[in-house]
Design a protein around this ligand. Structure first.
Ligand code: IPM
Ligand code: MN
Length: 330
């Protein structure tokens, strides 16, 4: 069966790393229909459009979306991020952000083999808040954090299921329950209730600040981590740095209920400083594409992509050259 895959190159290095990732997908022989979407800074600057409703409706009918990167210095921060990437996460109910980290050549510490499960549609990202008396000396800005029992529980369950299927069978909740006593309390209670259904999974808890130390000094203590949206955002950049480098940090924005397509993207962003130079490592995009194949049920192809990536430390060159070499090995 042919998968219908939406391709959003986006901004900066996004289109370059996606081209390499698609070379690799092509090499697996998986049958798919490619549907390109011109979305991102260039379209916004030319037409004022970010994500028209008609396009969003089309996306809903796809099997998966592969995205390069969103964001350019030519557009004020937040416009494209909120209007395109976060809008897709919310509208398509991509409630889990699954981010794996493995040891690699630029690893700070060899023991890295973990997955951070980041809640992806709530928390501070929900956009609750606003200004009062804007641009006056008495200006007030509030930015709330939205945490629903349903939203937390479905992510916690996903993380427990994931941990159950891994060798170490271990799950840590990471939060800041000593200060965020409302949200943290909801998270901890939900975690404890669900944990009772998974007696085979060993559980733990760390405050997010302590987790940062452990990430650097003893990441081998972690197997699967479940955390909120903002903590997950920050921790996964650190995860990239201690794992194989941000150039290998991949992600799946998942709708595990499969009521629509899931979206796969490298964690690194648009990196405008190196766009067009060929210096971007396409591996994060390639691994993201591998995760997409896995989610689509293309198990053998996904396994092959991950095997080739795992032994690709000797591959070098430009973005396109790395893509070609990895595709050849497939
Ligand atoms: C990420 C990115 C996004 C986020 C930005 C681009 C909105 O940093 O996917 O981690 O904060 O979630
Ligand atoms: Mn981020």
């Amino acid at each position: 069966m042919s998968h219908r895959i939406g391709i959003i190159g986006g901004d900066g290095i996004g289109p370059e790393v996606l081209a390499a990732a698609l070379d690799v997908v092509d090499a697996t022989g998986v049958d798919y229909e490619r549907i390109d979407y011109d979305l991102g800074g260039t379209r916004f600057l030319a037409t004022g459009e970010i994500l028209p409703d008609s396009v969003l409706d089309e996306l809903r009918g796809l099997d998966a979306i592969l995205l390069g990167a969103v964001g350019t210095p030519a557009v004020a921060p937040g416009i494209l991020e909120r209007g395109l990437l976060l809008k897709m996460r919310f509208a398509l109910d991509l409630y889990v952000n699954h981010r794996p980290f493995l040891a690699g050549p630029s690893t700070l510490n060899d023991g890295v083999d973990m997955v951070v499960v980041r809640e992806n549609t709530e928390g501070t990202y929900a956009g609750e808040g606003g200004f009062l008396r804007k641009d006056t000396p008495h200006e007030i800005a509030t930015q709330g954090s939205v945490n629903t029992r349903m939203g937390v529980e479905r992510c916690v369950r996903y993380a427990f299921d994931l941990a159950r299927g891994r060798a170490a069978k271990q799950l840590h909740l990471v939060h800041k329950t000593n200060v965020l006593t409302f949200a943290g309390d909801l998270w901890q209670r939900t975690f404890d209730v669900v944990a009772a259904e998974y007696p085979d999974v060993t559980t733990g808890y760390d405050h997010v600040d302590a987790a940062c130390i452990h990430f650097v000094q003893r990441p081998e203590k972690y197997d699967v981590i479940i955390t909120d949206n903002l903590f997950g955002d920050i921790l996964t950049d650190l995860g990239g740095a201690i794992g194989g480098g941000i150039g290998r940090a991949a992600s799946g924005n998942l709708n595990p209920a499969r009521t629509g397509p899931s979206l796969f993207e490298p964690v690194h962003g648009s990196a405008p400083d190196i766009a067009g130079t060929g210096a971007a490592d396409p591996r994060a995009a390639i691994i993201s594409a591998g995760m997409m194949l896995e989610f689509l049920g293309e198990t053998a192809a996904a396994k092959r992509v991950h095997e080739v990536i795992a032994s690709s430390d000797d591959v070098s060159g430009t973005t396109a050259e790395i893509g070609t070499q990895i595709a050849e090995r497939i």
